[in-house]
Write a protein that binds this ligand. Structure first.
Ligand SMILES: [Zn+2]
Length: 146
């Protein structure tokens, strides 16, 4: 039963991760983000994605953001860029490391579960320091289209 639940969670994760991948032109825009606070709508416009991506993909995946006292979300552009590149990169980390979005640094992968969904192979484990889920992408299918 627990296994089935993990599988459901894994599917949800992989879909979320896959949906949030940027194309070349969007990644180019991403690198131009400034070290200033953006509203989700401004950020979405800057990198040419639907605003829903910010709320339904990047924030659930743990992108750096803050809420002000009116519950408005603010995202520092340069921090978002750094986070995105860490989240979606497949090579720079050591084989036994994943990137903890909460600790904002590479952490050891301990007792990972391996998932393979729709051409995306990744590990889920728990950060040994903060306990938050750490996803590590091992392989991803190239995005089709231009
Ligand atoms: Zn952590």
């Amino acid at each position: 039963m627990a296994e089935k639940e993990n599988d459901i969670q894994g599917t949800k994760w992989s879909k979320t991760i896959m949906r949030g991948r940027l194309k070349g032109a969007q990644r180019h825009k991403l690198r131009k983000l400034l070290h200033m606070k953006y509203r989700p709508s401004e950020l979405a416009e800057e990198i040419a994605v639907n605003i829903e991506w910010i709320y339904k993909i990047y924030i659930p995946l743990g992108c750096p953001h803050e809420r002000d006292d009116k519950e408005y979300i603010w995202i520092v552009g340069a921090e978002f860029c750094e986070w995105y590149l860490e989240m979606y990169r497949t090579q720079k980390l050591a084989a036994n490391e994943g990137y903890c979005v909460s600790c904002k640094r590479p952490v050891a992968i301990v007792d990972p579960e391996k998932h393979n969904k729709d051409g995306l192979i990744y590990l889920l484990s728990q950060c040994p320091d903060c306990g938050k889920t750490v996803a590590k992408i091992l392989h991803q299918k190239r995005r089709s289209g231009k």
